[in-house]
Design a protein around this ligand. Structure first.
Ligand SMILES: [Mg+2]
Length: 390
């Protein structure tokens, strides 16, 4: 017996930060508006659709954006307001199901498979949510409806902004086959380049290849890709209530003996942890560093922070202090780990806002959006690390 298809919604606010600005300041409506820093290293963190017409997008440097559109209106951004709006929007999502997976402040998956009798079909629920969001916060949200997360996310993009698109099981193939492979989840620029060497440009091309071949080319991601290009994705929608801590660790193929390299690795791990925390909208109060030496002896050191945070640099400095309480700088290191615990919703944004803090937060946001766009990049913080040493 096969189960009936699931009904997954992907809901994504349109140009979120920029739209909130246009909502609150009528003189900005219909104008090219971006939210971001104006200073030398300022980055666009959101662009209105009017600004996008000039080729401006998030993660672009502000100087480049201003070159493309000299009359661009630059708003500094009001995180506390965006978070407040975000909470209202998520409250609306939760009226329909508890199965809400938050992807960021303005984006979520909902599993409404079991809600039909109470609230109607996936499409009807998406329509209701869209109209409630409009009525209650005067903003537009685009919706994708499909049998799984991967397809729902692609679908929400189809009629953006202020749109809705449903992908029924029989429409999946015609929709997918012509898509460029870069639209597949997990296919970044590198993978794209590798596949293009074999003339693979679209999903249809990719389907010609066996699961074994894909595994050879893409490693453990190969079988995943094999499924994705057939529109299959069985990941469940995961509400976030269960997360207690966020941690990352890496085992190195060769023991680390160089203190600069260790610093870089700690920064990289901290970055991965804080990026996930920011995506989930949580901050942590406990930081733990784990070290395994070349002889497999393991030690951990923890500290409690004065305030919960999700910012990379303060946590990195704290992690380095903890590392100094280990022998990591004097012995070969086989594994390093960083964990942020004691997590809570980050609703205390303004409590410890200092100019320095604001800088950190803006930089974190900029790096997140660059990384969302281009995949992992290790370069961005490099200069910071150097600066930290001076
Ligand atoms: Mg959005």
């Amino acid at each position: 017996m096969t189960l009936p298809p699931r009904q997954i919604l992907h809901l994504d606010m349109d140009a979120f930060f920029a739209s909130v600005e246009q909502r609150d300041f009528p003189e900005l409506r219909g104008q090219p508006v971006v939210v971001g820093g104006r200073s030398g290293r300022g980055v666009v963190s959101a662009a209105s659709y009017e600004a996008r017409k000039f080729g401006i997008h998030s993660a672009m440097s502000m100087s480049q954006a201003l070159k493309r559109c000299p009359s661009l209106l630059v708003q500094p951004g009001r995180m506390a307001v965006y978070k407040d709006v975000s909470r209202s929007v998520f409250d609306i999502f939760h009226r329909y199901t508890d199965l809400v997976e938050k992807l960021s402040v303005d984006e979520a998956f909902l599993d409404v498979t079991g809600c039909q009798r109470l609230h109607g079909t996936g499409r009807e629920i998406a329509e209701k949510i869209r109209s409630e969001v409009w009525k209650e916060v005067s903003l537009t949200v685009s919706a994708g409806i499909a049998p799984n997360k991967f397809l729902a996310k692609l679908a929400s993009d189809v009629n953006k902004p202020d749109g809705l698109f449903e992908l029924s099981p029989e429409e999946i193939d015609p929709f997918l086959l012509s898509l460029p492979i870069k639209r597949l989840w997990g296919v970044g620029p590198k993978a794209q380049e590798r596949l293009q060497r074999y003339g693979i440009e679209t999903v249809a091309d990719l389907r010609e290849y066996s699961i074994e071949w894909l595994e050879q080319q893409m490693g453990s991601w190969g079988p995943r890709l094999y499924d994705l290009c057939r529109g299959q994705d069985d990941r469940s929608v995961e509400p976030e209530t269960e997360i207690q801590s966020i941690g990352h660790e890496d085992t190195y193929s060769r023991d680390l003996c160089d203190s600069d390299r260790i610093r870089q690795e700690i920064l990289h791990l901290t970055e991965r942890v804080t990026m996930r925390a920011r995506k989930k909208g949580v901050r942590g109060k406990t930081l733990t560093v784990k070290v395994r030496y070349g002889d497999f002896k393991t030690c951990t050191r923890s500290a409690t922070l004065p305030h919960p945070t999700d910012q990379t640099m303060p946590l990195y400095h704290q992690a380095m202090e903890l590392l100094e309480k280990t022998e990591a700088m004097d012995r070969p290191v086989r594994l390093l780990g960083v964990t942020l615990g004691n997590l809570g919703e980050d609703d205390q944004v303004e409590l410890f806002e200092s100019p320095n803090n604001k800088d950190n937060e803006n930089l974190d946001r900029a790096i997140d959006s660059v990384r969302d766009r281009f995949g992992k990049i290790g370069l961005v913080r490099g200069s910071l690390l150097d600066r930290g040493k001076k």
